[in-house]
Design a protein around this ligand. Structure first.
Ligand SMILES: Cc1cc2nc3c(=O)[nH]c(=O)nc-3n(C[C@H](O)[C@H](O)[C@H](O)COP(=O)(O)OP(=O)(O)OC[C@H]3O[C@@H](n4cnc5c(N)ncnc54)[C@H](O)[C@@H]3O)c2cc1C
Length: 396
């Protein structure tokens, strides 16, 4: 058995590392919470998408490093799945996010490419390059985990839709140019069958965005109210009443490798915990040592499981391991930050960037670690999915 990556992958890695060493902005390297909402901007009046992050995303796109698996005109270089895995590994091991706003490049662009018409597909490059900021209008006050319960209504009137309703937890709504919005177009149809997706320009009259300030002090998401918002019928993505397929649809080329980011982030958080213990003289405490060793064991098991899932994904485009990895990495992230807060004692709660340990990183990461167990499907919902779809257990 030969456990090595092979020359093409080694060359790919070397080129990437050289690029990152030369170009990665210091602000990106300083972001500890990889690509997350918690640490970008919104401190001291900085925009939630700072200028350096916009320039960095555009540079990655222009050099074919934004989504390596895509072709050149979409910010990639036709990388193989294994090369993409290496890319995600290197980026996350360095704590360098490629973007601080995920909806455009990670969700909207792949969906437009898969389900959009010709003119909608042309919106994809700017979404990936970050020139256009998108938000995703899925969740509503009565439709979160139960997304099929969404009630924002779109009524076709000639060649326009008229939209009324409310979204909530809409990340980046206050800076977005467009919303990828899930609306109910047939209230009489069974719940999953009456949903459509509209592209809505955020400056359309009738849209009100009310930012929601988080526990951490930042405001990265908002409530969005739609009152008689007129949207051209040509902004419908895919077929009318076929929106559920899009919700279930494309997270595209990288779904098979996304776990790497989460596992690498856990590894670097664990390294930082060890450094914290060294600085604070806690490395001789048997209880602390045991907890760090347990965490190390868990992160290593998740990496091994991720590789196994990656192999099945590359072969069959599906991997039950991935359902478990979302649940396990977000829950383990929470317990690592909990441990960090415990080790810091009273110092842990100091959020102040100048006085807090590592710029208040532990307390902000601690708050954010809870959000990670909710965003993209809560841990309870992941457990339901594993029980029903992976283990084949009855619903109740
Ligand atoms: C950081 C972050 C960013 C987000 N960004 C966006 C965005 O850009 N656009 C957008 O549309 N939404 C966004 N969301 C919203 C997110 O999708 C929802 O919060 C999530 O789907 C949960 O929905 P909810 O908040 O309504 O909670 P609910 O669905 O009301 O759930 C409340 C609790 O009940 C549990 N629960 C619900 N149903 C079940 C069940 N069947 N079995 C067991 N337990 C259950 C849940 O796990 C949870 O603990 C974001 C959320 C976060 C945290």
């Amino acid at each position: 058995m030969r456990l090595a990556w092979g020359p093409d992958v080694d060359a790919f890695r070397a080129e990437l590392v050289e690029f990152l060493e030369e170009h990665a902005p210091p602000e990106a390297k300083a972001l500890k919470n990889f690509g997350s909402l918690s640490d970008s901007g919104d401190h001291d009046g900085e925009s939630i998408i700072p200028d350096w992050a916009r320039r960095w995303q555009a540079m990655l796109f222009d050099h074919g490093w934004m989504i390596p698996g895509y072709p050149r005109h979409l910010g990639g270089r036709d990388a193989t799945p294994v090369q993409t895995l290496v890319y995600l590994q290197e980026m996350s091991a360095r704590g360098v996010p490629r973007s601080v706003h995920f909806p455009g490049y990670a969700i909207v662009a792949p969906s437009l490419l898969e389900f959009g018409d010709d003119s909608q597909r042309q919106l994809a490059p700017a979404a990936i390059r970050g020139d256009d900021v998108w938000c995703i209008g899925m969740s509503e006050p009565n439709a979160g985990s139960d997304l099929a319960g969404l009630q924002t209504r779109a009524v076709l009137d000639g060649d326009t839709f008229v939209v009324n309703g409310q979204k909530v937890w809409t990340s980046y709504a206050m800076v977005a140019e467009r919303c990828f919005c899930y609306v109910r177009t047939d209230p009489a149809a069974p719940r999953h069958q009456g949903i459509s997706v509209l592209i809505i320009d955020m400056d359309t009259p009738g849209i009100e965005v009310r930012p929601l300030r988080q526990f951490s002090g930042a405001a990265h998401f908002a409530e969005v109210f739609f009152t008689d918002v007129v949207v051209p019928a040509t902004n419908l993505v895919g077929e009318v009443n076929d929106g559920w397929r899009i919700t279930m649809g494309s997270l595209a080329h990288e779904r098979g490798g996304l776990w790497v980011q989460s596992v690498s982030l856990l590894e670097s958080t664990l390294d930082d915990l060890v450094s914290l213990c060294r600085r604070r003289g806690l490395t001789t405490d048997a209880g602390v040592k045991r907890r760090l060793a347990e965490a190390y064991e868990q992160v290593s098991s998740l990496r091994a499981l991720g590789y196994k899932g990656f192999t099945s994904f590359a072969r069959t485009s599906s991997a039950p391991e991935h359902s478990y990895l979302k649940l396990a990495t977000s829950e383990l992230g929470k317990s690592l930050y909990e441990l960090g807060m415990e080790l810091l004692g009273p110092d842990g709660v100091v959020v102040d960037a100048e006085r807090g340990e590592e710029g208040g990183r532990w307390v902000r990461g601690y708050f954010m670690s809870f959000a990670n167990t909710i965003a993209g499907g809560s841990s309870e919902i992941q457990r339901n999915i594993i029980a029903q779809r992976v283990l084949g257990l009855p619903r109740s």
